[in-house]
Design a protein around this ligand. Structure first.
Ligand SMILES: *Cc1c(COP(=O)(O)O)cnc(C)c1O
Length: 348
């Protein structure tokens, strides 16, 4: 991509911002025994009486190593939702700029646009749930700062065709955000590998799904050092708490077990897929690169209520565009999936 200039995209007030400098930013321990009287903390030990590292250096070093990127290209947040919000606040001027989203997709992009008072231009996916690249590019104008691609996409489960994504990265003049919340379940290559090629590429990932850590709230954003530097200026200083940093580090170091769980989930997904095809009221089962399956049924509202009565909570997606009468099933444990299957048979 030629002449992409991040300084032309960033909001004026953010470009000129003097960030808050925290006590822990101003003095970094060099490992020797220092007396810390700089942050008004309680000096007595509770394990968490000190402020956490605002740059999460230890955790970032491990994640960066795992993903084979420089730590300078990584920003961590309180879930990927915080990271996505930072992108709005850094690049989108309220009431002036706009973003493009591709329904049916993750609902949070639209909510964040509303919160930040940014116009959300929606370009529907095509019938195969692929981005309509020409339509997206003709919808974009000088004020379009961000395009959100969710791949594998929630709720449809498919990964977007690489040629389409590449064309958007090449031809769109703003930032292309690829939300890879489900990438660990997919055999497709992460777009992280293409970061050197595309200065306008931002990839977000999370520990909430494959890593089984939704409760600690940790999201990651990978991008050029320039973009990460801008996001770092506006993030709350201690946005990732100490307990989260410690638990996340432990889990990242235990990647082998994560991989085992992921492969169990994928096996379960594939058998659930086959069972769903046999259910009488199921009209279509969509292929999935993620840990959920989208299914078209005869009457989504009815089947949703029936499963609820059986004690099974799924997601009814029927009001989403292109998703009429669809239900989304998250893949559970083998026991949970057995219960689901039994319930599906009982309401047939
Ligand atoms: C679940 C999910 C996330 C995760 O958000 P966190 O704030 O990291 O828990 C992000 N994007 C999509 C598309 C998701 O489905």
């Amino acid at each position: 991509m030629n002449n992409f200039d991040i300084n032309k995209l960033v909001r004026e007030n953010i470009a000129g911002l003097k960030p808050y400098s925290s006590a822990r930013d101003e003095y970094q321990s060099n490992g020797s025994e220092m007396v810390f009287l700089d942050a008004n903390e309680n000096p007595f030990q509770t394990d968490v009486n000190r402020y956490p590292d605002p740059q999460q250096r230890t955790l970032k070093a491990e994640l960066a190593n795992l993903k084979a990127v420089k730590p300078e290209k990584l920003l961590l947040g309180n879930g990927s939702d915080e990271v996505l919000d930072l992108l709005f606040r850094a690049f989108c001027e309220p009431k002036k700029d706009n973003i493009i989203t591709l329904p049916p997709t993750y609902g949070m992009y639209k909510v964040l646009a509303n919160i930040n008072d940014i116009e959300n231009r929606e370009v529907l996916l095509n019938q195969d749930f692929e981005p309509d690249v020409d339509e997206i590019l003709s919808t974009a104008d000088k004020k379009t700062k961000l395009i959100f691609l969710c791949s594998p996409n929630n709720p449809t489960g498919n990964s977007f065709d690489a040629d389409r994504v590449r064309k958007l990265l090449q031809d769109f003049k703003g930032i292309v955000v690829i939300d890879e919340a489900y990438i660990d379940f997919s055999e497709k290559e992460s777009w992280l590998k293409k970061m050197e090629e595309y200065p306008n590429l931002v990839v977000t990932q999370t520990l909430s799904k494959a890593y089984g850590m939704a409760g600690i709230r940790l999201g990651a954003c990978y991008a050029s050092e320039e973009i990460i530097r801008i996001l770092n200026r506006i993030k709350p200083p201690y946005n990732v708490n100490e307990l989260t940093q410690l638990r996340a580090l432990k889990r990242v170091l235990d990647k082998d077990n994560v991989n085992l769980e992921v492969s169990d989930i994928l096996n379960e997904r594939d058998s659930l897929f086959k069972v769903l095809l046999e259910v009488k009221f199921v009209k279509k089962v969509y292929p999935s690169d993620a840990n959920f399956i989208l299914v078209k049924v005869d009457d989504a509202n009815r089947r949703y209520e029936e499963l609820l009565k059986e004690g099974i909570v799924i997601r009814n997606r029927t009001t989403q565009p292109l998703c009429e009468n669809t239900l989304r099933f998250t893949v559970g444990t083998p026991e949970e999936n057995k219960r689901l299957i039994a319930s599906l048979k009982s309401i047939e």
